[in-house]
Design a protein around this ligand. Structure first.
Ligand code: NAD
Length: 248
């Protein structure tokens, strides 16, 4: 098992068909104890379904105090945190001129500020132990300037995640903490909230060499690689999980 004896926090892992929950299942199967942190009250239920020893806590990643409280509780229960998966995110399919100030703030707050706040809550603990692996969720949208589903504010937030994660990798490598990103293409989850039509899907498939949408498990596999010692000498990296949608 790749994560035997490790403990992990995964944000945004309550949603039933989501990448976070698929990752939680995979981590548990690889021997890790998992703490699911989610704004959705289903977090505890999702953790219970993973089996004994896992925990689910309410946490709004866009709220610093909420991140600090949740991380303190995980440390109390697990003793240590080896892995942080900054996965929580929201999107909105709008064009640039339609972005209101409130939309901009909401999208930046969850997707980008959330990565900062949860990392700030976990890093002192990892630093004291001189070890840790952090993986952050970006998107192909950051690399190609959107064009899939999320609006320009989502592309901007996910591009911000790339810069933030690389800066964290640079700053905390000396402390034994690795920080990497994943950049998925279109993954079949509920984030599109039913707004992705069959017509849109068919058009997107034309641009994907592997000729299918991604699955949550496809991304969970990359998070597992980044969390595990298989990637012991990998930091500041960005791993595409996009079926070839963007080859660069
Ligand atoms: P999802 O909607 O199934 O999961 C998102 C999860 O984040 C949900 O459980 C939700 O409750 C949680 N969440 C939302 N706001 C939160 C907050 N403020 N604090 C804590 N948790 C919060 O969607 P998904 O597709 O599994 O998305 C997971 C991540 O992957 C997101 O960051 C998303 O932007 C990113 N992503 C998704 C795709 C895709 O095509 N599905 C592609 C690239 C990147």
């Amino acid at each position: 098992m790749l994560l035997s004896g490790k403990t992990a926090i995964i944000s945004g892992a309550a949603s039933k068909r989501g990448i976070g929950l698929a990752t939680a299942r995979r981590f548990a199967a690889e021997g890790a104890k998992v703490a699911i942190l989610d704004i959705d009250a289903a977090a505890a239920e999702a953790a219970a379904a993973l089996g004994d020893g896992h925990i689910g806590l309410g946490c709004n990643v866009a709220d610093k105090a909420s991140c600090n409280d949740a991380v303190a509780q995980v440390i109390r229960q697990f003793g240590v945190i080896d892995i942080l998966i900054n996965n929580a995110g929201i999107t909105q399919p709008v064009k640039l001129l339609e972005i209101s100030p409130a939309d901009w703030d909401r999208i930046q707050d969850v997707n980008l500020k959330g990565v900062l706040f949860l990392s700030q809550a976990v890093i002192p603990h990892m630093r004291a132990r001189k070890q840790g692996s952090i993986a952050c969720m970006s998107s192909v949208s950051a690399q190609r300037g959107g064009g899939i589903f999320g609006g320009p504010h989502y592309s901007a937030a996910k591009a911000g995640v790339l810069g933030l994660a690389k800066a964290m990798a640079r700053e905390f490598g000396i402390d034994g903490i690795r920080v990497n990103c994943v950049t998925p293409g279109l993954i079949g989850t509920d984030i599109t909230a039913g707004k992705l039509t069959d017509e849109m899907k068919a058009k997107i498939l034309e641009g994907i060499p592997l000729n299918r949408l991604g699955t949550a498990e496809d991304v969970a596999g990359i998070y597992t690689f980044l969390a595990s010692d298989l990637s012991a000498y990998v930091t500041g990296a960005v791993i595409d999980v996009n079926g070839g949608m963007l080859i660069h």
